[in-house]
Design a binder for this molecule. Sequence first.
Ligand SMILES: [Zn+2]
Length: 215
Amino acid sequence: MKLTNKLNVLVIACIAMVFTGCQKDEIKTVEEELLEIEQQEPTKLQCHHHLNGDTKAATWSRYASHGDAKNVKYFIASSVSSAWSTATVKAAKAWSNSTNGIKMTRTFSKSSANLVIKEGPDPGWDSSPAVAEFPESNGKIGDEIRLNSTYVNPGNAALTTTTRYYIMTHEMGHVFGFQHNNVMSFMKYNFTDADDTWGGMNATDKREIRTQFPN
Ligand SMILES: [Zn+2]
């Protein structure tokens, strides 16, 4: 359950308390419910695919065109921390090495970029470390990955050198059109501290990538 949903439960609970005279039994029920939610869904991260006030590519329509996938020019904005910048460069190299059908090159000129990496607050999504755009209907790659500067940690899985690399590889997957799945090692909907042991793209990952973007 998303943090916002939990807060909604709390708000509803507080309103209910006002109208029922704060009966202890009911308070306990809510606490038990919240505990149950925590137990069902342990610490995890979530990512979503639309940006505030931006309706472009909010839902999946297609994979990126082969032409666009071979010509990705990514720009890392000055708002991005050095730790995330390092993860971005490493993930871009991994994607470029996964198939001849994908080539990602860093550009230091924003106007020449077709993918911009930014970092900033993402209100209401404290448990999500990043957000990415899917490709547009004309085949253009998703044009933005935004890292959440207000991601709450502790309370969620830790951001480490490896989990940042994992997250950035995942978000780049979305800009090429990959949706969440449990076949690829880095496209799961959730991930946990255990993913700090992720070893990079494996043979299955590359096979899946080459299905869409031939080598
Ligand atoms: Zn995702």
